[in-house]
Every structure is written in C-alpha cells, then in structure tokens.
Ligand binder design. Structure first.
Ligand code: AMP
Length: 216
C-alpha cells in the first residue's frame, strides 16, 4: 500500500499519517520531519535548510528525492509507505511515479485533506510541537496536560515551530496554492484522488480514512 497525503499545511496530514501507521503498520514518511531532523543535527546543510524552511519556501527537489529514495529502500517500507508532505510540486509527483515504477510498486491512492485557509491559520498559530519526538499539540484543541511538557515522551520544552509564525504561514500557504495544489488535478486524472473534509476533528477525519481503507 502506497499512499500520498495531500493538502495545505495544517490540514492534519501528519496527524492522520501517524494514525494510519499505528493502525495499519505502514510507515509514515514525512519529508518535513526528515528535514527538521537534519536541521536539529546542526552543520552547514542544516543551517541552509533552516533558512529556506523559515522563509516558507520549498527545499530543492534533488535533496527531497534523495531522502525519499533512501528511506523507501529501508526494510520497513517493504510493504509500502505513506508520503506526508511529498510530493510538493509537479516534478516531485512525476519523480515519485518514476521511483515507484522502477521498484515495481504502485501508488494506491492520494488522500486530499481539504480545509479552509482560515482554519489553517487558526490551527498553525496555536500549534505546539515536541522537538524531541515530533508529537503535536494545540493550545486550545489539544493542550498538553502539564504546561510545556510533551505527553508522548516527557520532554520538557514544547515549542512553536519557527515556521508557524503568521507571516511564514501565509507564505507557506502561497507556495501551496501555487506549486502543490495543482497536483490535486494530476492525481484526479489518474483516478487516485479521494477528497476528505479535513475541517473536522481528527477522530472524525480518521473515520473517513478508515472507511476508504475498508473499500480498498
Ligand atoms: P511540513 O512539515 O510538511 O509542513 O514541511 C515544512 C517545510 O519543509 C516546508 O515549508 C518546506 O520548506 C520543507 N519541505 C517539506 N517537504 C518538502 C518537499 N516535499 N519539497 C520541498 N520542501 C519541503
């Protein structure tokens, strides 16, 4: 099973991807998480990436494709993978089909999590992330039980992602509209697209996701 998760930042792709992994055992490959891990390691590449990400721009296709190709070759991806935050433009979508074809794999579906920009702004400006394990909270929708402490790993230091500042969120939404949204049509033409109303609670959205899995 190979699945692409599409939708603007803040649509809940990461949350739903993690739930799919928990329920079905397919690993969630989040290019954003991979990049943030490289940034956390420091070094020259890390600081270059941070600059691009904090400006709300996309990092180079070559680097993303190299990361995805290496990750997909790992043993845990033998039975498939979920692509969260990838592809982000038409060239990456073409590269993904080529890569899967080269390894005799097929894309089963692209789930498009549709949510309004207003809701994206509300969600991302209140989002708190754990720099240690990547768990995500929200100041009002899903507050951590003890101040800035992560309920998942106990790390004391939940923070706002540096690209979750309002100006950067708006920039990311612009990049999404211009570069990523057109690939919704690309997957629609291939008959792979499933649109899900992602403006609802994570539990309700996940019910729709699991019912799609049932049909497949
Ligand atoms: P995300 O965690 O998916 O919101 O991604 C955070 C940031 O990482 C994005 O704003 C981009 O700067 C970068 N990024 C993540 N995935 C990609 C991708 N597939 N192509 C290019 N840049 C990416």
């Amino acid at each position: 099973m190979h699945l692409v998760l599409l939708g603007p930042p803040g649509a809940g792709k990461g949350t739903q991807g993690k739930r799919i992994t928990q329920k079905y055992g397919i690993p969630n490959l989040s290019t954003g998480d991979m990049l943030r891990a490289t940034v956390a390691e420091g070094g020259e590449l890390g600081s270059k990436l941070k600059e691009v990400m904090d400006a709300g721009q996309l990092v180079s296709d070559a680097l993303i494709l190299q990361m995805i190709e290496e990750r997909l070759a790992a043993p845990d991806c033998e039975n498939g993978a979920i692509f969260d935050g990838f592809p982000r433009n038409g060239d990456q979508a073409d590269a993904l089909s080529e890569l899967l074809g080269k390894h005799d794999r097929l894309l089963d579906a692209a789930l498009y999590f549709n949510v309004s920009e207003e809701e994206v702004l509300r969600r991302l400006s209140g989002r708190l992330s754990c720099p240690n394990c990547g768990a995500v909270f929200h100041v009002t929708d899903n507050p951590p039980s003890r101040g800035g402490v992560c309920d998942a790993c106990g790390h004391d230091g939940l923070k706002k992602r540096s690209d979750d500042e309002e100006g950067v969120i708006r920039q990311r939404l612009g990049v999404y509209r211009e570069k990523t949204a057109p690939i919704i049509g690309y997957y629609k033409e291939k008959g792979l697209l499933h649109e899900i109303d992602a403006g609802r609670s994570p539990d309700t959205v996940f019910e729709d996701v699991t019912s799609l899995f049932g049909k497949k």
